[in-house]
Design a protein around this ligand. Structure first.
Ligand code: FUB
Length: 360
């Protein structure tokens, strides 16, 4: 298996060749932008933000991002130690393109009794006038769990439950509300996200459990939420992500297999499961007929962005669909990202028009 660092450098080198770009002076993360212009600008520049999960609550757009900070861990490793976030800060705007408000600290690591470090990509949901922030963090044993914090306003402040969700593990929770009022959490991510340490029956095995190239790739997980939204209503199960012949992807299919950043949106009665391929830096999507899948791979939503990670959400605002995503335009550093938004189009046949985040 290529390490993150190695695959990054190969990827960067290929891009450099493709762009006919000689020895870069800037950090390699920034090469992707050389000679190109971004299709959108950072939504805020006074703080670093990433992994944007966007929702419309009370006719306002709320974005739940990770809050990237310079923590002294300034080199990348496959464990993701350079993503050492300490709190969440919610953003909002009355419309796409409108003024962005940053609401201050919504939840901090010190106020989560069970958490030890690394507040990674969150999501949020509303139910009966309460707002629920779902977030991953490593517990005191350094195992990723997923917690819930509750607030009276979309922007918080949020109060964390004393314990993580029972039976939760790994990271990148995305909570989808279906039309019948059911809520489902999708979660999981390999490498630093630890999904490879959990089997299909939700048993944990420590140590390096990464899949070999010929093995079936790790699958994302789903669990229906109970009526309180504080716990799972069922044992998590695997989400089948398959090719057009119904076959699961192998680990070597790393331009299509799941890595992290699950998200689900519903369009014309179909369930669209989108996700990051991690070490190949794509946001891909697959379509299914119900929340549990199977989801059949359809294509690429977003080409690679500047920076190692690619993480998004897809949300409808005032009748149009938008892709919220991030890159490293402001910092040039993979662990100091900035969130962005651009329009996303569904074609007449239901496919999604691939977005290139940069143009010449
Ligand atoms: O922000 C930390 C991690 O990086 C997220 O949880 C992943 O999805 C990746 O974006």
């Amino acid at each position: 298996m290529l390490t993150r660092q190695t695959s990054y450098w190969i990827f960067g080198a290929l891009l450099a060749i493709a762009c006919n770009d000689a020895a870069p002076e800037k950090t390699p993360d920034y090469q992707h932008l050389e000679g190109k212009k971004p299709v959108s600008e950072p939504l805020v520049s006074h703080i670093y933000t990433a992994d944007p999960s966007a929702h419309v609550f009370n006719n306002r757009v709320y974005i739940y991002p990770s809050h990237d900070t310079a923590t002294g861990i300034n080199s990348e490793n496959d464990n993701g130690d350079h993503f050492d976030m300490q709190d969440y800060r919610i953003l909002s705007m009355d419309s796409i393109g409108g003024k962005v408000t940053e609401h201050g600290v919504g939840l901090t690591l010190a106020d989560v009794p069970w958490a030890g470090r690394q507040m990674w990509a969150p999501d949020a949901a509303e139910k009966d006038g309460k707002y629920y922030l779902f977030f991953p963090a490593k517990d005191k044993q350094d195992i990723f769990r997923i917690g819930v914090a509750v607030g009276d306003k979309p922007e918080g402040p949020f109060t964390a439950q004393p314990e993580a969700i029972k039976g939760s593990y790994s990271m990148d929770p995305a909570v989808f509300k279906d039309d019948d009022g059911s809520y489902y959490m999708y979660f999981g991510g390999i490498w630093g996200g630890q999904l490879q340490n959990w089997d299909a029956q939700n048993n944990y095995t420590a140590g390096d459990q990464l899949k070999k190239p010929e093995e079936i790739a790790a699958l994302p997980r789903i669990a229906k939420m109970d009526s309180t939204l504080l716990e799972f209503a069922e044992t998590p199960r695997e989400v089948q992500l398959v090719d057009e012949n119904g076959n699961l992807f192998k680990e070597l299919d790393n331009n299509k297999r799941f890595f992290e950043a699950a998200w689900v949106h519903k369009y014309n009665g179909k369930y669209y499961f989108s996700y990051s391929t991690g070490d190949t830096h794509l946001i891909c999507y697959a379509v299914g007929d119900n929340p549990y899948g199977p989801f059949v791979y359809k294509g690429v939503v977003l080409k690679p962005v500047a920076g190692w990670t690619n993480h998004h959400s897809i949300t409808q605002v005032n009748g149009k669909w938008y892709l919220f995503y991030h890159d490293v335009q402001l910092s040039g550093k993979t662990w100091l990202r900035n969130v962005k938004v651009t329009e996303l189009k569904h074609n007449a046949d239901g496919s999604i028009e691939t977005i290139d985040p940069y143009y010449n």
